[in-house]
Design a protein around this ligand. Structure first.
Ligand SMILES: NC(=O)c1ccc[n+]([C@@H]2O[C@H](COP(=O)([O-])OP(=O)(O)OC[C@H]3O[C@@H](n4cnc5c(N)ncnc54)[C@H](OP(=O)(O)O)[C@@H]3O)[C@@H](O)[C@H]2O)c1
Length: 282
């Protein structure tokens, strides 16, 4: 089996390449410099050269707030990029695994979203990622669409690293308490993806660490875990306005994982402890 990873310099892309390497699976990691997914020619050339059996498409425009001002670019990368990848994957007969997001949901629910629940993204990022999903669905049947949420890991910037930095700089902090989701450790997600792509259980999946919390609860757990004495004040979304609207509730239900008999994720708190050890924070 030969795997091609797009967005290989990203938070998830780097983790995937490391895990593939560790498992002795043949892969090629393509960063944006090597493979810009907005160029059909580049996608065609890379996929034809490497001739992968599976493409894991992690590359994306991921700046949720900036996307509100750069809608065209976000669509070009997230939607048209996915279209290029899906078209060429089909041409070469490769399986495709497209990484999507909990932000395809509007967050008005109170119970975990199922894979077949209606989507209704609030912002540009979610809309363009969903448009990417649709291009993947239209382009064949050998695909996995994997929606994940609140990703953290050792590569790149993420909420956990930001909180650890702020804990060094401040004595008091406000964190949003009315947005609830499921944090997801790149290490666990990468292992899940590597297991999934070796099956033919095609379709849409929700893949996040189990359990849920608000950003405020997430922050408090991080500080408790590393014994940082910082005062954390719960804020409402209104008190902490951002350019992009975000869902109030975006917990992902794991029906597809269970239905297909795949290994489910551990609780996010357990994953967080491993991550803090991994980066030497505890
Ligand atoms: N992070 C989260 O909390 C989260 C939550 C839900 C879903 N996801 C999804 O998970 C996937 C991985 O996210 P991540 O956290 O690893 O994001 P990331 O760290 O921002 O990685 C995305 C990578 O895509 C690259 N990229 C951007 N435009 C590209 C283009 N035109 N062609 C090729 N590569 C391009 C970026 O390169 P540059 O940095 O050089 O631009 C970056 O290396 C994405 O599909 C994202 O939508 C993430």
């Amino acid at each position: 089996m030969n795997i091609l990873v797009t967005g290989a310099n990203g938070q998830l892309g780097q983790e995937l390449c490391e895990q593939l390497e560790a498992q002795g699976i043949s892969y090629v990691g393509c960063s944006k410099r090597k493979l810009d997914v907005t160029s059909y020619e580049q996608v065609k050339k890379a996929f034809t050269n490497y001739n992968p059996d599976v493409i894991i498409h992690t590359a994306a425009y991921t700046n949720v707030d900036r996307a509100e001002q750069e809608e065209e670019l976000a669509y070009e990368v997230n939607a048209l990029g996915a279209k290029n990848v899906a078209n060429v994957a089909k041409e070469i007969g490769a399986k495709l695994c497209y990484i999507s997001t909990d932000y395809v949901f509007n967050g008005e629910g109170f119970v975990p979203y199922g894979e077949t629940d209606e989507v209704s993204p609030l912002g540009v990022y979610g809309k363009t990622k969903f448009a990417g999903e649709q291009f993947v669905r239209e382009n064949g049947d050998q695909y996995f669409i994997v929606r994940t949420s609140w990703v953290f890991g050792k590569h790149g910037q993420n909420f956990v690293k930001t909180m650890l930095r702020l804990a060094e700089e401040r004595e008091e902090l406000g964190v949003v308490h009315d947005q609830v989701g499921s944090p997801t450790y790149t290490h666990d997600l990468a292992l899940f993806l590597i297991e999934l792509i070796q099956t033919n259980h095609f379709g849409t999946y929700h893949a996040s660490n189990n359990g849920s919390c608000s950003w405020y609860e997430f922050a408090c757990t991080i500080f408790d875990s590393v014994h940082k004495n910082i005062k954390v004040n719960p804020l409402t979304t209104k008190e902490f306005p951002r350019p992009a609207p975000r869902p109030h509730y975006s917990v992902l239900g794991h029906e597809a994982i269970k239905d297909k008999g795949l290994r489910d994720f551990r609780h996010w708190k357990e994953a967080l402890q491993d991550f803090l050890v991994e980066i030497g924070a505890k």
